[in-house]
Design a protein around this ligand. Structure first.
Ligand SMILES: [Zn+2]
Length: 163
Protein backbone atom coordinates (compact mmCIF):
# COMPACT_ATOMS: atom_id res chain seq x y z
CA UNK A 1 0.00 0.00 0.00
CA UNK A 2 1.18 3.49 -0.81
CA UNK A 3 2.41 5.79 1.90
CA UNK A 4 0.30 8.91 2.33
CA UNK A 5 1.08 12.41 3.54
CA UNK A 6 -1.26 15.27 4.32
CA UNK A 7 -1.43 18.39 2.17
CA UNK A 8 -3.57 21.34 3.19
CA UNK A 9 -6.18 22.60 0.73
CA UNK A 10 -8.60 25.51 0.98
CA UNK A 11 -11.86 24.37 2.58
CA UNK A 12 -13.91 25.70 -0.31
CA UNK A 13 -11.89 23.64 -2.76
CA UNK A 14 -12.31 20.48 -0.68
CA UNK A 15 -16.07 21.06 -0.71
CA UNK A 16 -16.03 21.31 -4.49
CA UNK A 17 -13.97 18.14 -4.76
CA UNK A 18 -16.45 16.43 -2.43
CA UNK A 19 -19.39 17.56 -4.55
CA UNK A 20 -17.69 16.28 -7.66
CA UNK A 21 -16.72 12.96 -6.07
CA UNK A 22 -20.32 12.36 -4.99
CA UNK A 23 -21.77 13.24 -8.38
CA UNK A 24 -23.17 10.62 -10.70
CA UNK A 25 -20.67 11.73 -13.32
CA UNK A 26 -17.66 11.02 -11.11
CA UNK A 27 -19.08 7.66 -10.05
CA UNK A 28 -19.60 6.72 -13.66
CA UNK A 29 -15.99 7.54 -14.39
CA UNK A 30 -14.96 5.31 -11.51
CA UNK A 31 -13.89 7.83 -8.89
CA UNK A 32 -14.46 6.46 -5.41
CA UNK A 33 -12.70 8.99 -3.15
CA UNK A 34 -11.68 12.63 -2.86
CA UNK A 35 -8.00 11.61 -2.79
CA UNK A 36 -8.42 9.79 -6.07
CA UNK A 37 -9.86 12.92 -7.68
CA UNK A 38 -7.05 15.09 -6.30
CA UNK A 39 -4.32 12.66 -7.41
CA UNK A 40 -5.81 12.54 -10.92
CA UNK A 41 -6.04 16.34 -11.09
CA UNK A 42 -2.43 16.78 -9.97
CA UNK A 43 -1.16 14.16 -12.40
CA UNK A 44 -2.95 15.96 -15.18
CA UNK A 45 -1.54 19.32 -14.05
CA UNK A 46 2.02 18.00 -13.95
CA UNK A 47 1.80 16.42 -17.38
CA UNK A 48 0.30 19.64 -18.74
CA UNK A 49 3.12 21.65 -17.13
CA UNK A 50 5.87 19.37 -18.39
CA UNK A 51 4.58 19.73 -21.96
CA UNK A 52 5.21 23.45 -21.71
CA UNK A 53 8.38 23.12 -19.63
CA UNK A 54 10.15 21.48 -22.52
CA UNK A 55 10.14 24.71 -24.56
CA UNK A 56 8.59 27.65 -22.68
CA UNK A 57 10.60 29.57 -20.12
CA UNK A 58 9.39 32.42 -17.95
CA UNK A 59 11.58 35.48 -18.43
CA UNK A 60 9.76 38.07 -16.39
CA UNK A 61 6.43 39.14 -14.98
CA UNK A 62 6.00 42.90 -14.89
CA UNK A 63 2.93 44.96 -14.24
CA UNK A 64 0.61 43.72 -16.95
CA UNK A 65 3.02 41.83 -19.16
CA UNK A 66 4.46 38.34 -18.96
CA UNK A 67 7.61 37.75 -21.00
CA UNK A 68 8.21 34.20 -22.13
CA UNK A 69 11.12 32.68 -24.02
CA UNK A 70 9.78 30.25 -26.60
CA UNK A 71 12.60 27.87 -27.48
CA UNK A 72 10.61 26.32 -30.30
CA UNK A 73 10.21 29.69 -32.02
CA UNK A 74 13.54 30.91 -30.65
CA UNK A 75 12.04 34.25 -29.66
CA UNK A 76 10.68 36.19 -26.73
CA UNK A 77 6.90 36.38 -26.56
CA UNK A 78 4.84 38.91 -24.65
CA UNK A 79 1.47 38.09 -23.19
CA UNK A 80 -0.43 41.13 -21.95
CA UNK A 81 -3.42 41.62 -19.75
CA UNK A 82 -6.09 43.26 -21.86
CA UNK A 83 -8.66 44.81 -19.55
CA UNK A 84 -11.11 45.64 -22.34
CA UNK A 85 -11.15 42.10 -23.64
CA UNK A 86 -11.10 40.85 -20.07
CA UNK A 87 -8.41 38.30 -20.78
CA UNK A 88 -4.80 37.76 -21.72
CA UNK A 89 -3.51 38.50 -25.18
CA UNK A 90 -0.53 37.01 -27.02
CA UNK A 91 1.34 39.62 -29.03
CA UNK A 92 2.91 36.96 -31.23
CA UNK A 93 -0.26 35.20 -32.31
CA UNK A 94 -2.58 38.18 -31.90
CA UNK A 95 -4.80 35.86 -30.00
CA UNK A 96 -6.63 35.48 -26.71
CA UNK A 97 -6.02 31.75 -26.77
CA UNK A 98 -2.80 30.03 -27.72
CA UNK A 99 -0.15 28.00 -25.93
CA UNK A 100 1.38 31.21 -24.54
CA UNK A 101 -1.82 32.54 -23.00
CA UNK A 102 -2.48 29.08 -21.59
CA UNK A 103 0.99 28.97 -20.10
CA UNK A 104 0.72 32.29 -18.25
CA UNK A 105 -2.33 31.07 -16.34
CA UNK A 106 -0.17 28.34 -14.81
CA UNK A 107 2.34 30.83 -13.39
CA UNK A 108 1.81 31.64 -9.70
CA UNK A 109 3.68 34.95 -10.07
CA UNK A 110 1.16 35.94 -12.70
CA UNK A 111 -1.71 34.83 -10.46
CA UNK A 112 -0.39 37.41 -7.98
CA UNK A 113 -0.61 40.18 -10.58
CA UNK A 114 -4.12 39.03 -11.52
CA UNK A 115 -5.46 39.80 -8.06
CA UNK A 116 -5.50 43.45 -9.15
CA UNK A 117 -7.63 42.56 -12.20
CA UNK A 118 -10.57 40.54 -10.88
CA UNK A 119 -12.45 40.86 -14.17
CA UNK A 120 -9.69 39.27 -16.24
CA UNK A 121 -10.33 35.59 -16.93
CA UNK A 122 -8.81 32.86 -19.05
CA UNK A 123 -10.63 33.05 -22.37
CA UNK A 124 -11.23 29.92 -24.36
CA UNK A 125 -12.77 31.08 -27.59
CA UNK A 126 -11.40 32.20 -30.92
CA UNK A 127 -10.55 35.85 -31.39
CA UNK A 128 -13.52 37.94 -32.49
CA UNK A 129 -13.42 40.96 -34.77
CA UNK A 130 -14.29 43.10 -31.76
CA UNK A 131 -11.24 41.76 -29.90
CA UNK A 132 -9.05 42.76 -32.83
CA UNK A 133 -10.43 46.28 -32.80
CA UNK A 134 -10.06 46.62 -29.04
CA UNK A 135 -6.51 45.38 -29.24
CA UNK A 136 -5.65 47.82 -32.03
CA UNK A 137 -7.27 50.58 -30.00
CA UNK A 138 -5.09 49.75 -27.00
CA UNK A 139 -1.99 49.65 -29.19
CA UNK A 140 -2.78 53.09 -30.57
CA UNK A 141 -3.54 54.42 -27.08
CA UNK A 142 -0.12 53.34 -25.83
CA UNK A 143 1.56 54.52 -29.03
CA UNK A 144 0.29 58.09 -28.78
CA UNK A 145 1.81 58.33 -25.34
CA UNK A 146 5.18 58.61 -27.12
CA UNK A 147 6.42 61.59 -29.15
CA UNK A 148 7.06 59.42 -32.20
CA UNK A 149 3.55 57.99 -31.89
CA UNK A 150 1.97 61.44 -31.72
CA UNK A 151 3.88 62.54 -34.83
CA UNK A 152 2.71 59.40 -36.60
CA UNK A 153 -0.90 59.98 -35.51
CA UNK A 154 -0.75 63.57 -36.80
CA UNK A 155 0.57 62.43 -40.18
CA UNK A 156 -2.14 59.78 -40.45
CA UNK A 157 -4.75 62.37 -39.61
CA UNK A 158 -3.37 64.71 -42.32
CA UNK A 159 -3.57 61.88 -44.83
CA UNK A 160 -7.11 60.97 -43.77
CA UNK A 161 -8.21 64.61 -44.07
CA UNK A 162 -7.24 64.54 -47.75
CA UNK A 163 -9.62 61.66 -48.49
ZN1 LIG B 1 0.96 32.85 -28.62
Amino acid sequence: MADWETVKLPKEMVQKIEEFTESQYAKQLGFTSKSQVVVTAIRDFISHYSDYMSYLELVDVTDEVVKIMDHKLDSTIEVKINKKIGGTFCQKHHSVQCEHTEFVWLIPRFQGVLKRFPKVKAISRPMTEEDFLLDAEQDIASLIQTKKGRTMARKIKELLDKI
